[in-house]
Design a protein around this ligand. Structure first.
Ligand code: SF4
Length: 580
């Protein structure tokens, strides 16, 4: 089955901005913090906000204290005033595009115009907009309702920002012909327009469309309407549990889109479930292969094999032999650290990859045994290689073990940076450094006892490649990481800058091994390893263009690059030296 995902699926600018403002609120504003009405229609997000002490306030109390955030839909001005009078500090997270419509209505209401809002009467945005119209605000959900309204002397027509563009076009045509003196404003948000246009185009390319998002969410309902009107089978689901996978497994191509308040991890969960749909029907090698692929990823065995592949390539770049002990150390160290990281700090997995979170909960003890045995095995082999490699691996293992632990007491850390994990961007840099040391520096130290420019050049290549891989996975997990307060590099830099940095790093990485080979700092293998960053860049661009979905396949492809590096190293060695 081929799954195409809409580029516009997921949080729009206004919702993302509101979510970020709410998550930052405990650090910036006086507590307790609450939102006026649920921030988005997603019980998991609301549950997590509650865990962080951010509650939902549904009505204005007689008196209160702390901070109230107004969500992206906005509220009537009277509600804002009422909250202030009750004693709250009010932080306005209303989307700037909704504020524009509120301003249009407020200005015209002051001049005596009637305001006609085309939208759903009970939708919070419409309730808020009507509040700006004073006594002369009217709501029409359909053309018929508009036709039944009295003919006003002067009036404006605006649309709810998530209104169906076709309906609004029909309304504009009718109003221009029958109420030419009305002022009509184009207030449908371009994010909504693009989303609806894309789902129409997507529907023409696929056999069925799945729309992900809250059943209460107006813009998700409209996407579903557009998908259904395309004539293709359309399904509106809030979670992956509502998918009829046996039924959906029949389709060859499925399009996935999502409403503006649907978090990325919700879309990912649906995509993962769809990805597995064809394998429910087929038995045999394809199903076994899929399970094997997922199993290797969940247990981190595949990523550990990747460390072995990278170690093999790094050793041959440096002209070193005796891969076995060093490769085994790299495999066991990476396996142990990645398992421990998921076992002790997997809170973000609940959102980014709930299947993984469940797997780690279910097989906690066998996985913990694997992690400890792997770590001990790696240290044992390193000891055989010498005191220096053993000491280096021990320090790296202790650093890895303490990554999720509170090292500094709150009075020294200010309550924020008590763990290494709390240092912004630390995960990305530490993983890259640890992989670089274990795959490149340790074999060099064991074999030659020195650290020359050749080793440093290869270290720059291996650690930068792992850096790029980690930034890419962090980019995929941004929303879940942000919710649990993880400050990964993409969160610190922002999505666009992190993506630019990733692409620039990969372009530079294409040149690095070839240059080091050309100037004699590494063996001729460097000329062939240019393929690795090029291939990773291709996967990233294909993902950006929606050609590869987030899920097991993408993860498997991204992790395969290090194994490919090892394979290229193996072929090169066999051809050039006649030995593996
Ligand atoms: S759909 Fe548009 S107007 Fe509505 S919150 Fe999102 S960006 Fe703002």
């Amino acid at each position: 089955m081929k799954i195409l995902i809409a580029k516009t699926a997921g949080f729009c600018m206004g919702v993302r901005r509101a979510v970020e403002m709410v998550l930052e609120a405990p650090d910036k504003h006086e507590g307790p913090i609450c939102t006026y009405g649920p921030l988005i229609h997603n019980p998991q997000v609301l549950g997590l906000l509650e865990e962080k002490g951010i509650t939902v306030c549904d009505r204005i109390p007689a008196s209160g204290h702390g901070t109230v955030l107004i969500r992206a839909h906005g509220v009537p001005p009277q509600a804002k005033e009422g909250l202030r009078e009750a004693g709250f500090q009010v932080i306005d997270a209303t989307c700037p595009r909704v504020i524009r419509v509120q301003t249009i209505i407020r200005k015209h209401a002051a001049k005596g115009y009637a305001s006609i809002i085309i939208g759903d009467r009970d939708h919070p945005e419409v309730v808020g907009l009507k509040g700006y119209a004073g006594d002369n605000g009217h709501v029409a959900a359909t053309l018929e309702e508009l036709q039944q309204l009295p003919r006003f002397e002067q009036a404006i027509i605006v649309a709810q920002t998530t209104q169906n563009t076709r309906l609004y076009d029909a309304i504009k045509t009718w109003a221009s012909a029958n109420r030419p003196h009305y002022k009509i404003y184009d207030t449908i948000c371009d994010s909504t327009e693009k989303r609806q246009a894309e789902v129409q185009c997507l529907a023409s390319q696929v056999d069925a469309v799945v729309v992900v998002g809250g059943k209460e969410s107006g813009n998700t309902q409209r996407l579903y309407e557009v998908a259904r009107n395309s004539g293709k089978p359309a399904f509106h689901v809030e979670t992956e549990e509502e998918l009829d996978l046996d039924d959906l497994g029949q389709f060859r191509q499925i399009g996935v889109t999502a409403g503006a308040s649907t978090p990325n991890w919700q879309i990912k969960k649906v995509c993962r479930a769809l990805e597995s749909a064809p394998y429910r029907r087929v038995v045999g090698w394809r199903r076994t292969l899929y399970r094997l692929q997922r199993g290797l990823l969940l247990t981190n065995i595949y990523v550990a094999l990747g460390a072995g592949g990278l170690s093999y390539a790094a050793m041959h770049l440096q002209g070193l032999r005796h891969f076995l002990p060093h490769g085994l150390v790299a495999i066991l160290y990476v396996l142990s650290m990645h398992l421990l990281n998921h076992l002790t700090g997997g809170d973000a997995d609940r959102y980014n990859d709930p299947g993984r979170a469940q797997f780690y909960k279910r097989y906690k003890w066998p996985l913990a045994f694997m992690a400890i045995a792997g770590g001990a095995g790696g240290l044992g082999i390193a000891m055989g290689a010498g005191l220096l490699p053993f000491g280096l691996l021990l320090v790296m293992s202790l650093l890895g073990l303490s990554y999720n632990l509170h090292i500094l007491p709150p009075f020294l850390s200010g309550g924020r940076y008590g763990r290494i994990k709390d240092i912004p961007g630390s995960k990305t840099f530490l993983i890259a450094a640890a992989w670089g040391l274990v795959t490149t520096v340790m074999p060099a130290l064991s074999e030659t006892g020195r650290l020359g420019p050749d080793t440093l050049a290869v270290l720059a290549w291996t650690s930068s490649l792992v850096f790029a891989r980690t930034v890419f996975f962090d980019l995929l997990d941004m929303q879940g990481d942000r919710l649990v307060g993880r400050e990964t590099l993409p969160i610190v830099l922002g999505q666009k800058r992190a993506m630019d940095l990733l692409k620039i790093s990969l372009v530079l990485l294409v040149a690095l091994p070839a240059i080091t080979s050309a100037i004699g700092l590494s063996t001729g293998l460097g000329f062939f390893l240019v393929i690795i960053p090029m291939a990773l860049l291709t996967v990233i661009v294909a993902h950006e263009q929606g050609k590869i979905l987030p899920g097991a396949r993408l993860e498997f492809l991204a992790e395969s690059h290090f194994i490919l590096a090892g394979f290229i190293g193996f072929l090169w060695s066999l051809i050039v030296t006649g030995k593996p």
